[in-house]
Design a protein around this ligand. Structure first.
Ligand code: VTB
Length: 330
C-alpha cells in the first residue's frame, strides 16, 4: 500500500482538529434534529464546519464538497479554506451524511470530514458509484465488481469459512436495488437494509464482529464512496467502486475532471493515495456512534477519528461547556 510513500504525511496534531471540525458541524445539525427541515440542518452544519475549518493553520482546498450552486456557496469544490498560510491540505466534507435521517431524527446521521495530503484523494463528480466493500483479514482480490452478487458472496463465504446463509449484506433501501436485493436473497444471505448513510454502512462492513455486517453492496454517492475509502485506509478492508453516471451531462462532468474510462473499477489505493485523517461525529444516535447530547450546561459528542499512516483509530467522547465554548453555544 502506498499511503504516504510519495505524498507528504500530515501533521498528526491535525487529528484533534479534524474531530473538532465534525463535532462543531454535528452540534449545529443536531439543533435541527427531528424538525423536518433538511435544508436548515444542512446549512447549519455546513456553516459550522466551514467556520471551524477556517480557524485552522492550513492552506486548504475543498476537493469534495457541497453543490457550487447553493446559496450562499460554502465548502464548494475548489474553495480555499483555512488561515491561508501553513499546511497545504485537501479537504473532503460531508457536513450531514444522511440529512433525511437528521431531519426525521432517525439513526445514523453523521458529520464527516477528511483532511488529506494534497492530491491524495480521487476527485469524483457528483454522481453515483457502485460499491463493494469487506473488512480486513481477507486475501487480496476476494471481491470483484465484475462478478455477480452471488459469486462475490460465495467467495467471501468461502474465505470466511461459513456458508452464504451465514453472511449479512448491507444495502441502501432503494428501488434501484430491487434486482440486487433479489439476487442476494436468492443466494441465501441476509440483508440489512439502511435508509441512508452508506459511509456508515461501509465502515460497519469493515467491522463484522461488532456489527454483524460482512459486506456492503450497492449504488450510492461517489463522494461518500471516497470518504468511506478514507476510513477504510485506517480500519483495513477492501473497497471497490465504479462510477455510474446517469446521463450525458454526468459523463461530460466526469470527462471535465479527467475521468474518461467510466468502466474503471477503483480500488482503495486508487481512491486514497496519500495520508488521510478521517473524522465522523454522530448527529443522531446510531449503531456506530451516539448522537449529540444537549445536557443544559454541557453538550456531549461522540466521534471516530483515524489517521491512515499510523492506522490509529480513536473513539473521542467530548464534553463541551456551553458557557465557555463558542462551538457549543453558537
Ligand atoms: C447516497 C448515499 C448517502 O444518500 O448518496 C444517498 O451514499 C443518495 O442516494 O449515504 P439517493 O439518491 O438514492 O437518495 C445517502 O444515503 C445520504 O446522503
Amino acid at each position: 500500500m502506498s499511503h504516504g510513500s510519495k505524498l507528504s504525511k500530515l501533521d498528526r496534531t491535525l487529528t484533534l482538529d479534524a474531530a473538532r471540525v465534525t463535532e462543531a458541524a454535528a452540534i449545529a445539525a443536531a439543533k435541527w434534529r427531528g424538525r423536518g427541515d433538511e435544508r436548515q440542518a444542512d446549512q447549519a452544519a455546513i456553516a459550522a464546519m466551514r467556520a471551524e475549518l477556517n480557524r485552522l493553520p492550513i492552506n486548504g482546498r475543498v476537493v469534495i464538497g457541497e453543490d457550487e450552486d447553493s446559496e450562499p456557496p460554502m465548502l464548494f469544490m475548489g474553495e480555499n479554506i483555512g488561515v491561508g498560510e501553513g499546511i497545504p491540505l485537501d479537504i473532503a466534507v460531508d457536513p450531514v451524511e444522511g440529512v433525511t435521517l437528521c431531519a426525521k431524527d432517525n439513526a445514523n446521521a453523521l458529520s464527516v470530514v477528511v483532511l488529506a495530503a494534497p492530491d491524495s484523494l480521487l476527485n469524483v463528480p457528483g454522481m453515483y458509484m457502485d460499491k463493494l466493500a469487506i473488512g480486513p483479514g481477507y486475501e487480496p482480490d476476494v471481491i470483484d465488481l465484475n462478478l455477480s452478487p452471488a459469486e462475490n458472496l460465495a467467495r467471501v463465504a468461502k474465505a470466511k469459512g461459513v456458508s452464504v446463509s451465514g453472511l449479512t449484506v448491507c444495502i441502501l433501501d432503494r428501488v434501484r436495488h430491487s434486482k440486487l436485493i433479489a439476487e442476494v436473497r436468492a443466494a441465501g444471505a441476509a440483508i440489512r437494509l439502511i435508509r441512508d448513510g452508506d459511509i456508515a454502512g461501509v465502515i460497519e462492513a469493515a467491522k463484522p464482529a461488532e456489527t454483524g455486517i460482512d459486506i456492503y453492496m450497492g449504488v450510492g454517492g461517489a463522494a461518500e464512496g471516497v470518504l468511506a475509502a478514507a476510513a477504510l485506509c485506517s480500519i483495513g478492508g477492501q473497497f471497490l467502486g465504479r462510477l455510474t453516471p446517469l446521463n450525458d451531462e454526468q459523463r461530460r462532468r466526469a470527462a471535465s475532471m479527467g475521468i474518461t474510462d467510466l468502466r474503471k473499477i477503483y480500488t482503495l489505493e486508487d481512491m486514497v493515495r496519500g495520508d488521510v485523517i478521517f473524522s465522523a461525529t454522530g448527529i443522531t444516535d446510531g449503531t456506530m456512534l451516539d448522537g449529540v447530547k444537549f445536557n443544559g450546561k454541557t453538550v456531549e459528542t461522540h466521534s471516530i477519528v483515524m489517521r491512515s499512516t499510523s492506522k490509529t483509530v480513536r473513539w473521542v467522547h467530548s464534553c463541551y461547556d456551553v458557557a465557555a465554548s463558542a462551538i457549543a453555544s453558537a
